[in-house]
Design a protein around this ligand. Structure first.
Ligand code: FAD
Length: 442
């Protein structure tokens, strides 16, 4: 059966309130139907946890049963165009195994801890190269899950509507134990940087978004700096290992000074050094995507890096950034608080692969205020959410902190109603629903 049941003493050390009554280390997926059906032994809600790196209470135990998928860690099959693996496999491990076979995921995140179960059912937008693939869940071509009634289900991308809903289901429609992901041949990526003021960024915006490649931005409102990182697939590029040293030198000499003393002081914290270096690294060099992936500590609270993510329509983005700069400055004036890590952003092509996709209705840019979680940060995010919602932003359930039901209703409208109705039909006893989703989704 399950390998270990532990009593969970208190709230999670990351500060995200959870408090399950039981934490199960699941050994075999075959045990899931029993766990789901025995309500006395395994109290409601049943919530899955992968790496536990989400920024919200989307795992949330609420006196119920948290099921840790860590032991479902087998990569089952490598094909030329796909890979099949269990839900507890970490994406960093998978990506390195793929690279050894000359393969990669079409989107590679910068953080290696993400579990494949979470990858399949949450919103993980990435700087995208082409329309249709802007969140990691869009790489999923097949899912195996156990429904709240304990039934095994296999869903493939041929069942488009069902797949779209499951890819945004956050463990509310079933427990995923196996996934198949699309892969492609390993392709070199050329990375270039441009450091611009807001005025320059706005003036060049059309050419920035029309040139090919994925875009990641590093935004510093108090220094009026936007570093535009462009990642271009370059099959003809030759790669030398010495490129890595060039990257490190280039970061120190050319990129970091553009961010001024605020970033410099943050870099003094050792746990953050890797985060910051890898988020502003590599200028005019060629690398492979798996080389920008970093492994964070296994205990999420040790990462000491927190952020919140909203997405905004691409067409409005220079205006949104202008408003953001003003918002940050006036917030500082009023409350003497400013976030102490550079804000990130990614350009997302339109992607309708999942119901709550951040770029469901068209091309978007994210905006990701970031912090070490210092005093004042939580209050800042409450005001930032109202600011973002007021500008027509779209949040996520796993990476946008301090959300309120009105933010969610405004952004997702009919899609929210559809998901709510489906959830009520498939899980009428609320076996999988925790208070976080009850509050936001109903
Ligand atoms: C410092 C830091 C850096 C980050 N960098 C990046 C980055 O570069 N790129 C990026 O995309 N993200 C990044 N993130 C976000 C983060 O990766 C994800 O939000 C999170 O890691 C998702 O994976 P997880 O395994 O931790 O999910 P968890 O937090 O464990 O779970 C997320 C949700 O999925 C559900 N779930 C988990 N497993 C299953 C399953 N098997 N079946 C059904 N439901 C399941 C859970 O119940 C929960 O609702 C970063 C986060 C931090 C803190």
């Amino acid at each position: 059966m399950v390998s270990r049941i532990t009593r969970s003493p208190s709230a999670d050390s990351s500060g995200i309130y959870r408090r399950p009554r039981l934490v199960l280390k699941l050994k075999r997926f075959e045990d899931l139907p029993t766990v789901l059906s025995k309500t006395k032994s395994y109290p409601t809600p049943i919530r899955m946890v992968g790496a536990d790196y989400s920024q919200t209470r989307c795992v949330g135990g609420d006196g119920g049963t948290t099921v840790d998928t860590g032991a479902l860690d087998k990569i089952l099959e490598f094909g030329e165009t796909f890979v099949r693996a269990q839900a507890g496999v970490r994406v960093g491990i998978l990506v390195r195994e793929l690279a050894e076979r000359g393969l990669e995921l079409p989107l590679t995140p910068e953080m290696g801890q993400i579990s494949l179960g979470a990858l399949a059912v949450t919103t993980l937008p990435q700087a995208s190269f082409v329309a249709g693939v802007a969140q990691l869940s869009s790489l999923v071509t097949e899912l195996k899950l156990i429904t709240p009634q304990g039934k095994q289900m296999i869903v493939t991308e041929r069942e488009r509507d069902l797949m779209r809903v499951l890819r945004s289901s956050f463990g509310l429609l079933g427990v995923v134990h196996e996934v198949v992901l699309r892969v492609r041949p390993l392709t070199p990526v050329r990375i270039d940087y441009q450091v611009l003021s807001l005025k320059e960024f706005s003036g060049r915006f059309a050419s920035i978004i029309n040139a090919p490649g994925a875009l990641r931005l590093h935004i510093s409102p108090f220094n009026d700096r936007i570093t535009v990182e462009r990642r271009t697939l370059d099959e003809s590029a030759s790669l030398s290992r010495s490129g890595i040293w060039q990257i490190r030198k280039s970061v120190m000499r050319n990129v970091l000074p553009a961010f001024g003393s605020t970033v410099g002081s943050v870099l003094a914290a050792p746990g953050l050094r890797a985060v910051m270096l890898s988020s502003v690294q590599k200028r005019g060099v060629v690398t492979y995507a798996h080389e920008w992936m970093r492994d964070m500590p296994n205990e999420p609270w040790k990462a000491r890096h927190t952020y919140s993510l909203w997405a905004f329509p691409q067409i409005d983005y220079p205006k949104v950034l202008g408003e953001y700069f003003s918002f940050c400055r006036s917030y500082y004036k009023q409350h003497r608080y400013r976030s102490n890590v550079v804000s990130g952003a990614s350009r997302l092509h339109q992607d309708r692969g999942s119901l709550f996709s951040a770029s469901y209705s068209g091309p978007m840019f994210t905006l990701e205020p970031s912090s070490t979680g210092d005093s004042g940060w939580d209050d800042f995010l409450i005001d930032f959410n109202d600011f973002a919602s007021g500008l027509g932003g779209t949040p996520t359930f796993n990476q946008s902190r301090a959300l309120q039901p009105e933010h969610v209703a405004k952004s997702f409208g009919e899609r929210l109603k559809l998901f709510r109705a489906l959830r009520q039909r498939t899980d009428p006893l609320n076996r999988l629903r925790n208070s976080y989703f009850a509050y936001l989704l109903g």
